[in-house]
Design a protein around this ligand. Structure first.
Ligand code: PDD
Length: 289
């Protein structure tokens, strides 16, 4: 499929899509983004992604390029120009183009860029054998609640994970608590409860994380949002959550097996509930169509 990108109001072949070198996204990483999944033509939790996009824009004082309902229409349009059965849509908003100065003389018009790629399903191996992770001290900034396009630390984290033949790096705070991965939230099952770091400046308010907690509560599982350690007594399971992968078990961290080194029962159950929830969204859409 010839890929089409959206750049500031224009749809054009991906290979011709450019942004000016003085765009502040390029010069300062002065921008925010979202990654939205679309399965069989149904966007998953588009509203929540749009609300988070607004939150990120407001946090760094960038005006949304258009109202959210129009943003939704543009996202649908770029998807229809790249109609993969399962797709991920990257939406990036930067402060726009201006002569390079930390504070631009005049406020530029924000840039809006969108690209679409096929959404790869997690491999069978990841689901049956689990992913592996390493832990590193968090070297990121102190506003991880903003979905900033400044992802250098995440790139470095992934490089180190790959060097050590692992799939993900989990960032640790100064007390060694498990925060989140480079592009995932991290959850654990401890003494039967689903535990994850509370929402603060050190973690992104993941949409999949929120769904996982909601689904667990609906099924009578105790949910505890608190700082947690990898070496806590009672740690049974560990999992990663993200838009692009859903819920994925983690069976080895820093070379040590979690829960005997096989995917946890509750993790797989949560993954099933999540997939069921997405099926329901698809059915609702077909029903309303
Ligand atoms: N990443 N934490 C970080 C640092 C992330 O970048 C992401 C998402 C998440 C999970 O959030 P959600 O469930 O809303 O996708 C947590 C996207 C997928 C990415 O950058 O590709």
């Amino acid at each position: 499929m010839q890929l089409t990108a959206y750049v500031n109001g224009n749809m054009l072949p991906l290979q011709d899509a450019c942004i000016h070198i003085e765009d502040r996204g390029f010069q300062f990483a002065d921008g925010v983004y979202e990654v939205i999944a679309c399965i069989n033509g149904t966007f998953l939790d588009l509203d929540m992604h749009l609300q988070r996009l607004r939150y990120s824009c407001e946090a760094i004082a960038i005006d949304l390029p258009c109202p959210l309902h129009e943003m939704a229409a543009r996202i649908e349009a770029i998807y229809h120009a790249n109609p993969f059965e399962d797709a991920m849509i990257y939406v990036q908003i930067t402060r726009g183009r201006a002569a390079r100065a930390h504070l631009p003389n005049t406020m530029p018009t924000p840039s809006l860029i969108m690209t679409v790629r096929e959404l790869p399903a997690p491999s069978c191996e990841t689901l049956t054998q689990g992913a592996s992770a390493i832990t590193l001290d968090d070297i990121r900034w102190k506003r991880c609640d903003i979905k900033s396009i400044a992802l250098l630390a995440s790139v470095m984290g992934r490089q180190e994970a790959r060097r050590r033949q692992a799939d993900e790096t989990i960032w640790l705070d100064e007390q060694g608590h498990m925060l989140e991965g480079c592009s995932t939230n991290v959850l654990a099952v401890i003494d039967g409860s689903l535990v994850t770091h509370p929402l603060d400046h050190q973690v992104l308010g993941g949409i999949t994380r929120r769904l996982a907690l909601q689904l667990a509560r609906q099924h009578g599982i105790r949910v505890v949002e608190r700082p947690w350690h990898l070496h806590e007594a009672g740690l049974q399971e560990c999992m990663l959550s993200s838009t692009t992968q859903g819920i994925v078990p983690v069976c080895y961290i820093d070379g040590q097996a979690i829960g005997g080194g096989t995917p946890g029962k509750l993790t797989l159950q949560l993954r099933d509930w999540l997939l069921q929830h997405f099926d329901e969204l698809r059915q609702e859409k077909t029903h309303h169509a």
